[in-house]
Design a protein around this ligand. Structure first.
Ligand code: GDP
Ligand code: MG
Length: 417
């Protein structure tokens, strides 16, 4: 036996990936992701630990020491998340004898600033939010269309799906939210305002075209945002498809695919035939599990504008991604120096809803001004509080502006005539 991938070993030992990473952290073993490989010695060590804990599949040879916690509860804990529908292995019951490091912060990336580690275990999991980027004509729209067609429950006949900028897919591994304004624009405008909406970036590369300028750009954006990437090599149905060239080209960017011994997950797909799409969704879920994405539906509301527009009939409509807390019809929202009261909300499938929790994209009717993509949305207790918040923001902005003018004047004075 030689090197083994972390997730392969986790599967073999019937452990959750998060638990496996905890063990690795405890051992001080470094890794980049669940697809990183670990040495044989480490594998043996882990098997021993798992056997001692008695938390694995049970058919491992147990070398249980005398102090084995025979009465350790084997009930799954901490994964009561609604979307955690996969048949999770019983979470590791921690033996009292073994001091265990808390869930490692290195296992999470991106939005880990939102939740502190201490309270993390009590906060429910949330669905991953995925963005799709890549070179023009490599099949971003087609891939999203395929996923939408096959994974979004059909609505009643006659229902018109309005473009809301995001949709929710139901997969065997739980809910996945896709931002469906593909391209770097959505990603960069949102990021430019300091918000990070995406948890995972899918970089679509056509198998007959390999890496193109916008592919490199997309990769650079994902790297800058520290958003984990999954590569989808699309158009695999074409006779001229050359996935090996794509993988070699990626290697030249220092992105080494798994099968070449690296950590990069590369999934061959066809948006035309659907080949590989299920695998892609599975890798997204695997990655989400690793990232340990959580948000508190009972916490203070926080959200980001995905897009805003004016509808001739309804007026101003905004798609907002709920990141923390829960939105309710009637809530007061503040975006920049504007506020609105939610008159109506629709989910991404066009259905009317009364409330929306974390990782839910909702279309909101009730703003008076069109909000811009990437603007942060917060809620206020009532209209008075909303106005107060806006007044504070406006005065802060004027102070900053005045200070800037002042500084400029002083500079000019200093420089003399
Ligand atoms: P985008 O610019 O990245 O959004 O690319 P599109 O989704 O618009 O696709 C560009 C072209 O490639 C269209 O003509 C699609 O029909 C075609 N296309 C996309 N995916 C596939 C695929 O998997 N196989 C084949 N044969 N054609 C595809
Ligand atoms: Mg397109």
């Amino acid at each position: 036996m030689s090197k083994v991938r972390i997730y392969t070993l986790a599967k073999e030992l019937n452990l959750e990936n998060a638990r496996m990473l905890e063990i690795l952290d405890g051992l001080g073993v470094s890794y980049k992701s669940v697809s990183s490989t670990i040495e044989e010695d480490t594998v043996e060590l882990i098997k021993q630990i798992v056997a001692e804990e008695g938390t694995g599949s049970g058919d491992e040879v147990t070398q249980a020491p005398a102090a084995a916690p025979a009465d350790a509860p084997d009930t799954a804990k901490g994964d009561a998340a609604p979307q955690a529908s996969q048949p999770a292995a019983p979470a590791a019951a921690q033996p009292a004898a073994q001091a265990q490091a808390p869930a490692s912060a290195t296992a999470t990336q991106g939005r880990d600033d939102v939740v502190s580690d201490a309270s993390k275990a009590e906060i429910p999991h949330r669905a991953p939010v995925v963005t799709i980027m890549g070179h023009v004509d490599h099949g971003k729209t087609s891939l999203l269309d395929y996923i939408r067609k096959t994974k979004v429950a059909a609505k009643e006949a006659g229902g018109i799906t309005q473009h809301v900028g995001a949709f929710e897919a139901q997969t065997s591994k739980g809910r996945i939210v896709f931002i469906d304004t593909p391209g770097h624009e959505a990603f960069t405008t949102i990021r430019a305002r300091g918000a990070n909406v995406a948890d995972i970036a899918i970089i679509v590369i056509a198998a007959d075209d390999s890496l193109m300028p916008q592919t490199r750009e997309a990769i650079a954006h994902a790297q800058a945002a520290k958003v984990p990437m999954i590569i989808a090599i699309n158009k695999m149905d074409l006779p001229q498809a050359n996935p090996d060239k794509v993988k070699t080209d990626l290697t030249q960017l220092n992105l080494v695919p798994e099968e070449y011994g690296g950590d990069l997950i590369v999934v061959p797909v066809s948006a035309k035939t659907g080949e590989g799409v299920e695998d892609l969704l599975e890798y997204i879920s695997l990655n989400a599990e690793l990232e340990d994405l959580r948000a508190d539906p009972k916490g203070t509301f926080a959200g980001v504008v995905i897009e805003g527009r004016v509808d001739k009939q309804s007026g101003v409509l905004a798609t907002v991604m709920v990141q923390e807390g829960t939105l309710h019809v009637g809530d007061f929202l503040v975006v920049g120096e504007n506020y609105g009261k939610i008159k109506a909300m629709t989910d991404s499938a066009g259905g009317r809803i009364k409330e929306a929790g974390p990782s839910t994209p909702v279309q909101i009717l009730g703003f008076s001004e069109v909000p811009t993509s990437g603007e942060k949305v917060s809620s206020a207790k009532n209209e008075h509080a909303a106005r107060d918040l806006i007044a504070t923001r406006a005065s802060d902005r004027r102070d900053t502006e005045n200070a800037q003018v002042q500084r400029k004047l002083t500079l000019e004075e200093m420089m003399g005539p």
